[in-house]
Design a protein around this ligand. Structure first.
Ligand code: UDP
Ligand code: MG
Length: 344
């Protein structure tokens, strides 16, 4: 599995002409040919049962097992099944992003292709959205993956993500979730960040809830992930937390740290002179000169980094349509920046 380069955002999507309560289901696929033959008919049955307009967008993420041939055949039979075929494997997040970009539904529902999520849960997700929520997150309360290597680690990760982000959910990793388009808007996803969409949505003031969903053991093929995912998710989480708090004013973070370092350097210097004058202790015999010099240098570097980050932020927000704020609604104003233009 390789993750997304070039930027997934470069795959430009159609205009978002979401209407009413139409549904777009997004299915990232990497070598899932057996599952697809079962999943697609199941999805169609469930979605027809809702009585709403729908489309299923399957993103073939560089499969080498003939998944694309299966998709070509299935999509010939039903035009509501739309297929995007990636030129190579870009990763699940990129595949999901391409699906979002090309989808038109007012409600967007990603789901795994491997039948571990159950399409039968979709109507319950929709019912929650109808209660007025903007994001309904699936929670695999009973999971059927490896006990320690997957389930235990995932529980720890979810606890950490929930604490750090302030978004109280039990299962960020579950793909099956339902989003109102207004809260995902033009969200841009990189790395492994599809897990954090509810966090982005919370920045727009989204109302978020979760429901139990079924989780089945994998019947065909195998999981596409190993332990390396833990590092990626940890680093992605650091990025998300950084963006959340500091994107507007990075100098407060870098500069704040820099000033603390300079202060440490100054106090060390004072202490050094104190020892010299009153205790007659040679500075060279203590580690203090080294400490003072290092703290000074780190402090100056950090402040300079902060200044560079400020320049980067100015360039970043210069991009047309990007603002440092999010508007839910306006009155008597022509449609301008919408919530979706916020940040990412
Ligand atoms: N997937 C993908 N690209 C990748 C890896 C995975 O599109 O590079 C898809 C995969 O086909 C499946 C979903 O993402 O539909 C979840 O992957 P997987 O089942 O391997 O993850 P797990 O359930 O083990 O967390
Ligand atoms: Mg799976």
């Amino acid at each position: 599995m390789r993750s997304g380069l070039p930027s997934v955002g470069e795959i430009q999507g159609s205009a978002h002409t979401a209407e009413g309560n139409s549904i777009s289901v997004i299915v990232p696929v990497y070598n899932e040919k057996e599952s697809l033959r079962l999943l697609v008919p199941q999805l169609i049955t469930v979605l027809e049962g809702t009585g709403r307009d729908f489309e299923i967008i399957v993103v073939n993420d560089g499969s080498s097992d003939g998944s694309m041939e299966v998709l070509a055949e299935l999509s010939n039979r039903d035009s509501r099944l739309k297929v995007i075929d990636f030129a190579r494997n870009f990763g699940q997040t990129a595949a999901m992003m391409a699906g979002f970009d090309h989808s038109r539904g007012a409600i967007v529902i990603p789901i795994d292709a491997d039948l571990q999520n159950d399409p039968a849960d979709i109507p319950r997700l929709l019912a929650k959205l109808d209660e007025g929520f903007d994001v309904v997150s699936g929670w695999r309360r009973t999971r059927h993956d490896a006990a320690i290597r997957r389930n235990f680690l995932s529980r720890c990760a979810n606890w950490g993500i929930s604490r750090l982000s302030g978004v109280r959910l039990h299962d960020f990793g579950c793909s099956l979730k339902a989003y109102r388009r207004s809260v995902i808007g033009r969200v841009k996803l990189y790395g492994e960040m599809h897990r954090f969409i509810p966090i982005y949505a919370s920045w727009y003031g989204a109302r978020i809830t979760e429901i139990d969903v079924a989780h089945h053991p994998r019947r065909f093929g195998h999981s596409k992930y190993g332990l390396i995912r833990i590092f990626k998710v940890t680093l992605d989480l650091m990025v998300v937390c950084f963006l959340d708090r500091w994107i507007g004013t990075p100098i407060y973070l870098f500069g704040g740290f820099g000033l603390i370092c300079l202060l440490i350097s100054l106090l060390t210097l004072i202490y050094m002179f104190y020892l010299k004058i009153f205790e007659d202790l040679s500075m060279i015999l203590t580690p203090l000169p080294g400490l003072a010099a290092m703290a000074f240098m780190v402090g100056v570097m950090s402040i300079l980094l902060g200044l560079i980050a400020e320049i980067a932020v100015r360039i970043y927000f210069d991009t047309p349509g990007r603002t440092s704020y999010a508007i839910r609604e306006t009155k008597n104003l022509a449609p301008g920046a919408s919530a979706a233009d916020h940040f990412h």
